[in-house]
Design a protein around this ligand. Structure first.
Ligand code: ZN
Length: 132
């Protein structure tokens, strides 16, 4: 399997092992922080640089909240995302989003279009845990 080329530098990327598993890194690191996940078959997952990774992390946190608090089931949440992002839900994966898609998803969650209201909380209900 030939290594993937860094999308910025068009240079073959090197095999690395990190905290989150195997990945390909740009030979220009640390000047270039482009990485791609290394799959078990040796192929490369979606490329990302650091800003993209930060946006994906933020988008994931915002998105996960809408099913972790019970407004949607996980599969309903992914179906909602696919519909709102105009992507087939099998392709609507944050790990392959670019920054503009992450920003769009965060905006959609914040606007709450098509998302059921947050479950009623005991007490005044701003989603904060109540202490008696
Ligand atoms: Zn590079």
């Amino acid at each position: 399997m030939t290594p993937p080329l860094c999308p910025k530098h068009k240079k073959p990327m090197t095999e690395c092992d990190g905290q989150f598993g195997p990945f390909f890194g740009c030979p220009e690191y640390p000047r270039c922080d482009m990485i791609a996940k290394r799959r078990p078959d040796g192929s490369a997952g979606p490329f990302s640089d650091k800003p993209t990774r930060e946006w994906r992390k933020q988008a994931h946190e915002v998105f996960d909240a809408i099913w972790k608090d019970g407004r949607f089931t996980r599969s309903e949440a992914y179906a909602w995302m696919g519909k709102m992002m105009r992507m087939h839900s099998s392709k609507a994966h944050i790990e392959s989003f670019d920054i503009s898609q992450c920003r769009k998803l965060i905006g959609l969650v914040k606007m709450g279009v098509g998302i059921p209201p947050a479950p009623a909380q005991d007490g005044s209900g701003h989603g904060e845990p109540q202490r008696n």
